[in-house]
Write a protein that binds this ligand. Structure first.
Ligand code: HEC
Ligand code: HEC
Ligand code: HEC
Ligand code: HEC
Ligand code: HEC
Ligand code: HEC
Ligand code: HEC
Length: 366
């Protein structure tokens, strides 16, 4: 680990708003990353964290891994203790991160002893140590200096697979663990493939927003920005801390997302997508004229509704425009040629070639 620290308190108090470099805040208030070193809320640049004399191999932290961070980022009680010990100012307003990691779907920070300050990630793809610690994503020695380009001060990978000592975008941190998780770079779901910059249809994490105004957009003012992974993977509490720490919902999503082939439509069933794509616009067929028919089904004939997931990829679709990627558990090849295809004729019209719930679309146009 490279540590860049100094005891010069003055510079460290600079607070740089991320907006420009990250330009990534979609729905959430503009975020800032604040350094520890030089923070006016810590009573001592180093001594607030490093205490005592320590043992060889342990940088005098007192507590291990996440328990160390929870001393200040845990419960009010834990913080009071730090205040009483004179290590933290009483005015510090910090959120309870322990609560996030107590949720059902989390990064597994409680797996002990797997992180090493000198590790080279990724550790997936067969290696037995698959872990995620606070310090894999956060540098405890981060300080921000006025006028310097903002970075995360933790390593990562660029979307082209280049190792980076310091990540400039949030997703680069994620890519150091989440590319070969699914087995190999060739895996069609691998994040570096679906978010590759030449993928035409993707949620704009590695590329800026397309600039075309989608009818369903809840927030119409998003042009030119990028999304962050943590716009989608974050706390299920609306006012909870930012970041992919924990959620009540599968895949650490900000809201519920039912991906079943047959689903009864409701605001809750697709809460996650509807947080950005207006439910009434989608069901009002403002883009795809058969959205409602597919999503709600047809009560008269008794045909059931289906999930967005039956037709849409969540990350990116290298094959098709409009994030179309058919769930092959719901859709099979059409009868004559066994093909599953989507062709966009022009914006707002296209053709599907497939078979779905016994309906042969060979082809079905709109
Ligand atoms: C917010 C708490 C915090 C503050 C403030 C802090 N450190 Fe650390 N320090 C840590 C943690 C956590 C680690 C272990 C990092 C890891 O395991 O990857 C660490 C590790 C270290 C190490 C061992 C490096 C290694 O490779 O393990 C040194 C040396 C160090 N810190 C020096 C300092 C100095 C000098 C300062 C003051 C300028 C300082 N730290 C301020 C939390 C802190
Ligand atoms: C001694 C108390 C203390 C410890 C221990 C501590 N922090 Fe902090 N942390 C703070 C304070 C105080 C701030 C706010 C700094 C400011 O506003 O100037 C902060 C800020 C942060 C932020 C930035 C929050 C934001 O709003 O952007 C992150 C991320 C963070 N800490 C992570 C960690 C991690 C990870 C650890 C464990 C390795 C840790 N902290 C250990 C006191 C602590
Ligand atoms: C140090 C490695 C590491 C880093 C860095 C990392 N993750 Fe993870 N992530 C993991 C591990 C380990 C799991 C748990 C996998 C398991 O239990 O099967 C996980 C799980 C997840 C899951 C849930 C997956 C599922 O199948 O339910 C999501 C979503 C996720 N991470 C998103 C992110 C995002 C977003 C980032 C970047 C901000 C990130 N991760 C950075 C290691 C990492
Ligand atoms: C628009 C919202 C959105 C964005 C942005 C997003 N994800 Fe996801 N992610 C999802 C959804 C929804 C799922 C559930 C599985 C699915 O639908 O394929 C998921 C699944 C995952 C999984 C578990 C399944 C798998 O494919 O491994 C991981 C890990 C993950 N995302 C990481 C990330 C990372 C890292 C980023 C940023 C590079 C990111 N996600 C950006 C919505 C999003
Ligand atoms: C997989 C990566 C990852 C892990 C592991 C992780 N964080 Fe974070 N954390 C993030 C990201 C990314 C953000 C910033 C999200 C944003 O800006 O939208 C964040 C934000 C934060 C914040 C600021 C929250 C706010 O809204 O002010 C704190 C504090 C924090 N993390 C502490 C921790 C602590 C403590 C741990 C371990 C117990 C931890 N994090 C583990 C990725 C991670
Ligand atoms: C955090 C906000 C957010 C969430 C949650 C979200 N989206 Fe999106 N989505 C966007 C943004 C922003 C765009 C605009 C992309 C552009 O124009 O570049 C978009 C674009 C799309 C597009 C059009 C893509 C194209 O290439 O034309 C589809 C389809 C889509 N989203 C489906 C979904 C589905 C399905 C879900 C739920 C699984 C979902 N989105 C969840 C923000 C979100
Ligand atoms: C039967 C397949 C199918 C299902 C199910 C489906 N969509 Fe779509 N969706 C499409 C097609 C096709 C388009 C492209 C329309 C066009 O040509 O512009 C589209 C376009 C979109 C767009 C981009 C245009 C816009 O309206 O802003 C969004 C966002 C979207 N869908 C979200 C959703 C969500 C959310 C769900 C689930 C609640 C869903 N879709 C379910 C087929 C489907």
């Amino acid at each position: 680990m490279r540590i860049e620290v100094s005891n010069n308190r003055g510079e460290g108090t600079a607070r740089v708003v991320l907006g420009v470099v990250l330009a990534g805040v979609v729905l959430l208030a503009s975020g800032s990353v604040l350094g520890h070193v030089g923070s006016p809320q810590l009573t001592d640049d180093c001594g607030s964290c490093h205490v005592g004399h320590g043992k060889p191999g342990e940088p005098m932290l007192g507590k291990s891994e996440e328990d160390f961070c929870y001393q200040c980022h845990g419960s009010d009680q834990e913080r009071s203790r730090m205040v009483a010990e004179g290590r933290l100012l009483p005015s510090a307003r910090l959120m309870d991160m322990r609560q996030e990691f107590d949720k059902q779907y989390t990064h597994p920070v409680e797996r002990q002893g797997m992180h090493s300050p000198t590790e080279v990630l990724p550790t997936f793809g067969g290696a037995e140590v698959s872990h995620a610690e606070c310090v894999d994503c956060h540098n405890p020695h981060q300080r921000l200096e006025a006028g310097k380009r903002m970075d995360f001060a933790v390593s990562g990978y660029s979307i082209n697979g280049q190792h980076m000592e310091r990540s400039l975008h949030q997703y680069e941190i994620c890519l150091k663990c989440h590319t070969d998780k699914m087995g190999a770079k060739s895996s069609e779901m691998s994040l570096d493939r679906v978010f590759a910059v030449n993928v035409r249809s993707q949620h704009p994490v590695t590329v800026p927003l397309s600039g075309r105004l989608l009818p369903s957009m809840v927030d119409k003012a998003m042009t030119g920005q990028r999304m962050k992974c943590s716009d989608c993977h974050r706390s299920s509490d609306r006012d909870g801390p930012r970041g992919p720490h924990g959620s009540d919902y599968e895949f650490m999503l900000s809201g519920n997302y039912n991906r079943d082939v047959y689903v009864r439509e409701s605001a809750f069933a697709f809460e996650f997508c509807y947080s950005c794509h207006d439910r009434f616009s989608i069901l009002g067929n403002e883009s795809f004229p058969f959205h409602r028919e597919h999503i709600e089904g047809d009560p008269v004939s008794g045909r059931k509704g289906t999930s967005c997931y039956t037709c849409h990829a969540s990350h990116g679709s290298p094959e098709n425009p409009n994030l179309i990627k058919f769930n092959l558990q719901a859709v099979t090849g059409e009868k004559s040629g066994r093909r599953v295809e989507y062709l966009e004729t022009s914006q707002g019209s296209g053709t599907c070639v497939l078979e779905c719930h016994g309906h042969n679309h060979a082809p079905g146009g709109y």
